[in-house]
Design a protein around this ligand. Structure first.
Ligand code: DWN
Length: 409
């Protein structure tokens, strides 16, 4: 496969009249953290821009980067963020309570990462993870979650169904946005799902991207930015019904949908569809306004950094999420913008942020090196982090929260 290609057709409805709305420039993949030994090697940068489909309301990247570049040696661990672990523990309890009838039931999760969700279910039923990233799958296996090293699709689904039977529940958390061949995955879901089974998918909700201005959640892994309207069209193409929909306060705001082979769209679906229409998620003008806000946010953050540097203030980064790299690179920041970036993910520590080459260090550094400001790159966990770092703030350290509007707390 070429290293990337332009997506000229909507991956849900096939519409070829897509309107480009925001261009974030050519960037290194946001989760491709570098070793120090790699910093002088030219790392590929790819176009990062989004386009809107006026037919099914899907917002998607204008270009698709080869998944092998994005997901092999993947550094993101679900288990590295305590609030996220708590969120998936809750989801596992909900799945066990609502859908698991006995231990023979099979739950399959694709994009299962380090097994955070399935580890909570393995005592109630049979579990099986599917993930292409060898490093994270190894962590899942260590915690007793059998994991197939593969991208999920019709072929993998047939392989699983032949060996393990049909699934009572299929789960896909923060992975549906990463898939180009959506229809192959949907055919896989139909192949693997029991007649009375449910498919539960959770993705960052495009209403949060547009509403909270979280343009930094745009990066090469996230090919699609879903509304309930877009997902309803996708489900319909494959004869599935979205019976339930829920907005959850994770990753800004995530949309969790439950799909079934038969049934009716519940009140939660009807209400959210109306809400999406009301806030304009089916209209191009909404996305054009979003693009203008992103550009204003960039100017505001660049001006703040110029002012703080003029005052010789020290600034470091807090959290090294993928979104943080989009933000830093879109703002045109370089190595000197931040002294360092702290992160709780062991596999990110000691590496350099893609594009800016800012070093990622363990949070313990803050016990000895106190910056004047911390740029909260993991702003989606702001409440938990500001609470956790009360002592740091009492010493006078200020947090800069970059989106939706730049503010200092
Ligand atoms: O789709 C995806 C989104 C949903 O999650 C994945 N493709 C990649 C990932 O994106 P992200 O890296 O932006 O996710 P997080 O969960 O916002 O990343 C938070 C980062 O911050 C992690 O590297 C852990 C770190 N962290 C920290 O250093 N201290 C997190 C917390 C809560 C903390 O206290």
């Amino acid at each position: 496969m070429a290293r990337y290609f332009q997506k000229k057709q909507c991956r849900i409805c096939g519409n070829t009249r897509l309107v480009s709305v925001l261009d974030l420039g050519r960037q290194s993949p946001a989760n491709n953290f570098l070793k120090k030994s790699e910093m002088n090697r030219k790392k590929p940068r790819f176009p990062l821009a989004v386009q809107f489909c006026e037919n099914c309301s899907l917002l998607s990247l204008c270009h698709v980067v080869d998944p092998e570049i994005l997901f092999v040696g993947y550094q993101y661990l679900t288990g590295a963020s305590a609030p996220l672990v708590a969120h998936f523990v809750e989801e596992a309890k909900m799945i066990a309570r609502k859908f698991i009838r006995d231990k023979s039931n099979l739950v399959v999760e694709f994009g299962s990462n380090d097994g955070t969700l399935l580890a909570e279910l393995k005592d109630y039923c049979r579990v099986l993870g599917v993930d292409p990233a060898r490093n994270v799958a190894a962590r899942a296996k260590k915690r007793g979650v059998p994991t197939i090293l593969a991208f999920f699709g019709e072929r993998t689904a047939k392989h699983i169904q032949a060996r393990h039977g049909h699934a009572r529940v299929i789960v896909a958390n923060n992975v549906f946005a990463h898939i180009d061949a959506l229809h192959d995955v949907m055919r896989g879901i139909r192949t693997l799902l029991r007649e009375d089974g449910v498919f539960i998918s959770e993705s960052h909700w495009v209403g949060n991207l547009i509403g909270e201005g979280g343009f930094d959640q745009i990066y090469h892994e996230h090919l699609s930015y879903y509304s309930l309207h877009a997902l309803r069209t996708l489900a319909g193409v494959h004869g599935l019904i979205i019976t339930d929909a829920e907005l959850l306060p994770i990753h800004g705001a995530s949309l969790r949908v439950t799909m079934r082979r038969a049934g009716t769209a519940g009140a939660s679906v009807r209400q959210l569809l109306l809400h999406e229409e009301k806030i304009g998620l089916t209209r191009l003008a909404t996305f054009e306004r979003f693009a203008k806000r992103a550009s204003a946010n960039k100017a505001e953050l660049r001006e703040l950094f110029r002012e703080l540097k003029r005052k010789q203030k020290t600034i470091a980064g807090y959290g090294a999420p993928a979104k943080g790299n989009t933000l830093l690179n879109y703002c045109g920041f370089g190595r000197r913008a931040l002294a360092f970036i702290t992160d709780t993910t062991p596999s990110k520590q000691g590496l350099l942020a893609p594009g800016t080459h800012i070093p990622i260090v363990p949070p313990a550094i803050l016990k000895t090196e106190l910056p004047d400001y911390l740029l909260l790159l993991a702003w989606n966990y702001a409440d938990a982090i500001l609470e956790k770092e009360k002592a740091l703030r009492a010493k006078g350290v200020k947090f800069i929260i970059p989106v939706p509007r730049v503010r200092i707390v």
